[in-house]
Design a protein around this ligand. Structure first.
Ligand code: MRU
Length: 372
């Protein structure tokens, strides 16, 4: 099994693999402040809905671990509750306010992937819960709770990806040609991936999948990341430009499409990397099943339909200049650069979650699986 991961927590420190440097360099970076975390998520050093959520959870702990209600003190021991009375209600409240403010700040880095706000809300709720319940707790105790919760979110995501891999294999047969868009692989999650988990698992079990990766303009997650991780794991990998998806389908080379998701609304509409909805429409035309892999942490029952999902708009420079030696468009040309689009639920053959495979009607069955 592929061992590559996008981030790890070791000796109370948070490290990431800088994905903007892939596939040419594997560079590790330590995130030590909330600004580091915000920047890493904004710039897509860490990316992919589940990985962003896990990074934010650890990031909140990292930002909080040195919090001291007496910042001007010279004690140097941030956790010295006896000396500074960090158990006092006033200080506990101060800490909680700091956590909420920091969570809001990290959450402002990217708007579409719901895992970001989901993980941060869960972290805040954990400490808020003990304060509200009136349990005796110190600032140090709250920090420990944050660390434990972040580790839990991380471990649960690994388990969810494994489970999605197994469910995904129920839908795929050995030797199939499978097309994917963007990167919903091991480096977009804690490990294994969402829609690439069955591909990595299948590789271990001799399934011999033939993978087709859309390059995924404008940030090339398919070329730089998906084909990198698939080749690294020995999977048969063919890279195509986004506008070639139709011809490979028409050629009869594609038996299934698998993609990830950044936020699925309650009715089953799913936001994923820009270009996904076009692939889904093509798949319908050619009679190819289209599977969206969506951990329950990515299902947002508070968002009724895809039209309610906020779509991130990014700089036009990513289209005009980013990968070229010279600008590839005149300065006067305007740009429109949405990072995601929404695939209408009617094009989604099945939604694969860690709790099982969900079929239409999604408005009923998604709720059942999330709340069940
Ligand atoms: O902008 P990105 O690279 O963070 O977009 C990621 C995607 O759209 C992925 O396909 C999605 O997050 C699913 S990741 C398991």
């Amino acid at each position: 099994m592929l061992e590559t991961v996008p981030l790890w927590f070791e000796n109370d420190r948070l490290y990431i693999l800088d994905q903007t440097r892939l596939p040419n360099e594997e560079v590790t970076e330590e995130l030590t402040t909330k600004e580091d975390v915000w920047d890493a998520i904004k710039k897509l050093k860490v990316r992919g809905a589940p990985a962003i959520g896990v990074c934010a959870a650890y990031g909140l702990y990292i930002a909080a671990k040195d919090f001291c209600p007496y910042p001007d003190s010279v004690c140097g021991d941030m956790n010295n509750s006896k000396r500074f009375g960090c158990h006092r209600e006033e200080n506990v409240r101060k800490f909680l306010a700091f956590i909420k403010e920091t969570a809001d700040y990290i959450n402002s880095s990217r708007p579409t992937a719901v895992n970001l706000s989901w993980a941060l809300k869960r972290m805040v709720k954990k400490v808020e819960g003990v304060v509200e319940a009136g349990e005796i707790i110190t600032v140090k105790g709250m920090k420990n709770l944050l660390r434990e919760e972040a580790i839990k979110i991380h471990e649960e995501d690994v388990a969810a990806c494994m489970a999605m891999g197994e469910y995904g294999l129920e839908l795929l047969k050995p030797g199939m040609g499978v097309l994917t868009h963007c990167n919903a692989g091991t480096i977009a999650t804690s490990k294994y991936g969402t829609c690439l988990a069955p591909i990595h698992l299948g590789q271990e079990r001799g399934y011999g999948f033939r993978m087709f990766c859309d390059e995924t303009r404008p940030l090339l997650q398919g070329a730089r990341l998906t084909s990198w991780e698939l080749v690294k794991n020995g999977v048969d990998t063919t890279l195509i430009c986004d506008n070639m998806a139709s011809i490979v389908m028409k050629n009869g080379w594609i038996d299934a499409v698998v993609v990830g998701c950044d936020r699925m609304a309650a009715n089953g509409d799913g936001a994923n990397k820009i270009g996904t909805s076009g692939v889904a429409i093509l798949a319908r035309e050619y009679g190819i099943p289209f599977y969206m892999f969506v951990p329950t942490s990515t299902i947002d029952l508070d968002t009724p339909t895809g039209s309610d999902i906020p779509i991130e708009l990014r700089e036009g420079d990513e289209i005009k200049n980013m990968w070229y030696e010279k600008p590839m468009a005149p300065e006067g040309a305007k740009t429109y650069n949405p990072a995601f689009d929404v695939t209408d639920h009617k094009y989604i053959t099945a939604v694969v979650t860690e709790k099982g495979i969900v079929r239409p009607p999604y408005d009923v069955n998604l709720r059942k699986i999330v709340e069940g």
